[in-house]
Design a protein. Sequence first.
Length: 143
Amino acid sequence: MPSKTLSLHFLDWLVIGVYFLVVLVLGIYHAGRKGKTDEDFLIAGRRLSLIPFVATLVSTFYGGILGIGEFVYRYGIVSWITQGLFYYIFAAVYALFLSCKIRQKIQFTLPDQLYESYGKKAGLVGSVFTFLMVTPAPYVLMI
């Protein structure tokens, strides 16, 4: 049985190296430009427009964690309907009708908003669910 080892071509290593170099240079460049507040660091000072906001959400959560790339490879365009259509519908509803109201709030997270609107118990429940959502266990169980 042939071994299944990963072998990369020189150009593959070059692309990976250039990527890390660009990330390093950008990190060093922006390290000197420190944010003045927690809000600047955590939520970009509330200055992020819709396109970069959606791009960051899609690229980090929707694409990487949920394995959408693999699903598209296996099942084709139907994955857009089953995995993406409703996400984009609700993202548009959020952007058009809710984002202005939420932007005016001073909270950073959904549990902060729950605490402010409904009290300590609701904020605690929201925090627990958020913690469970971001732990690796749900993603490992999806494999």
